[in-house]
Design a protein around this ligand. Sequence first.
Ligand SMILES: [Zn+2]
Length: 629
Amino acid sequence: MRKALLFIWVFIITPIMMAQQQNAAVFYTDSSSYDVKHYTINLRAGNTSMFLAGHTAVYAQVTKNNFNKFFIQLNNALTVDSVIFNNQHCAFKHQNNWIKVYLPYLINENQFFTCTIHYHGEAVSSSGLNGIGLDSVDNCSVFYTLSEPYSALDFFACKQWVTDKADSVNIILTVPAPLKAIANGLLQKVEYSQPNSLTYYWKTNYPIAYYLIGFAIANYTEYSYKFKNESVGDSVLFQNFICTDDDNFNDVKPAIDETINILNVYEKLTGIPYPFYKEKYGHAIMPVGGGMENQTITFLSEFSFELIAHELAHSWFGNLVTCANWNDIWINEGFTTYFSYLAYEKLYPQLAPSWLTSCLNQALRFPDESVFIPDNQIFNERRIFNYQLTYMKGAYLVHMLRNIFQSDSVFFEVISQFLKSYAYSNASTNDFKMVAEQVSGLKLDSFFNQWYYGKGFPVVYFDGKTKHRKLSFSLYQKSSSAENYFTPFAVDIQVKFENGNDTILNVLVDTVPAKYEYWFNDVVKSIIIDPLHRWLIDVKTKLEVDTSDYDSANVFPNPFKNCFWILFPQNFSIKHAQLFTLDGKLILERKTYHPEFQICPPIDTNTAYLLRTNDGITTKTVKLLKLGN
Ligand SMILES: [Zn+2]
């Protein structure tokens, strides 16, 4: 899912809804005792009101002995007309968005049952953030669903467990002609029915999580074709439903068509063909900012490159492999967001660096929060879909792992193995970690404990001084959150020189300040910490540039290997340097007006020398150490 205008609706969530969800949690145990195999959702609806009428049939297998309570969720705004359990009308209660059916008999483990719930009413969104809705976009009125994470119950009777994927779903929608009703999977047929209605029969045979099931009803224009897909050796249906006139269509057509290029990029990067190729990929316009990755049919508000790329990436992250719990929503959103960056990297590389910088800046917005969603926030939709934490910081962790592996082939092998291992199923962060460790050979406990479960990020303090060719600084890092600690890591420091050249230092950043001193062949102008943005760090840089002359002679490097430099103040005096052995024997002597010169002592067995310098005013003696070969 990708939401626009997040800052506005962030504050809409109602405490009442959260209380209801938490209250509902007590029923989850009872809805865990069966495994949903199939849903048939059969509804009559239109696009002028949110009225729904019809039924949901649930086909499921009992997973524990002595099953005699069937609990399932449906929004209380809808009136339940009847519940038919295995062909028998049953008494039921419908309270707090739960339908509770107490069976007059026991069912044994592994037995199958069908329960059909008939209902009708004016649908109401159960969430301040999403749910079911009716609105206009591009002059067309759209009745749509947006179920992630807990709002599927707004239109069908369902078990809202992310790990219980249905093996197949039929969605049958009867709407006034000539409206189109769009849903998951393949359209089997369209039938005319009275009065002046069309019934659309959609069916998906791929495993699907409840929140990825959806429909949209509008007077859509269809733009569809099949494209040749090399990875599956077959053509795949690409189906788009848009609300637009002919002129606008010409504007959006190139963006829609680009979806196929992005799909090809993702197939190559993941090594996995588009996971739902036997059915379709498509888009339907929805009057809500952002997008929702309903399986095989993304609902979105506009055809922008990044939004298309984000929602398409969900076919692999979120739909093929679904997070095993909402704590680990970054499995859906962090990876997807990073893949939209990879789409830039492959198709528009000139736009990738600025995207990454902006991602980093966003990811640094919450110094006291983790990417992991704590248990006490699991019904807080605002927290689950926090743009800066789940999307941006989540994406940045994927980026960091790519750097930690130090090899794109390892990184993409991890991605590929992860997707293959949990295809059409669910995976937790720990599942991902295990695959990543196995493929890379690295231990990643501290990475995940500090960066994923841990709050905040390191703040790196660089306090430096540069004088001509000398750079000295102190460097350390401190967690932005008092509840976290980051082990030392090595960071690149780019040193830029007056003459336009630059060099990279790789320096360990510890939690205690360490002092460093470097001498260069050129005059230092500026520095950049982590120029390639490899780390999720907040950098506080202070660099004092001292352009005044040296007070006395400087020698570097010390220790030296073959040669060393002497830098004198820029005065007009004659400069004098004498090199002695430790027992006072003069080895070499040099006099010059030139303020900088290099000395390479003759090859001998000495490991230390004394260097006496005189700049015309000051005489200095320093001990020089020579490194062995
Ligand atoms: Zn998303």
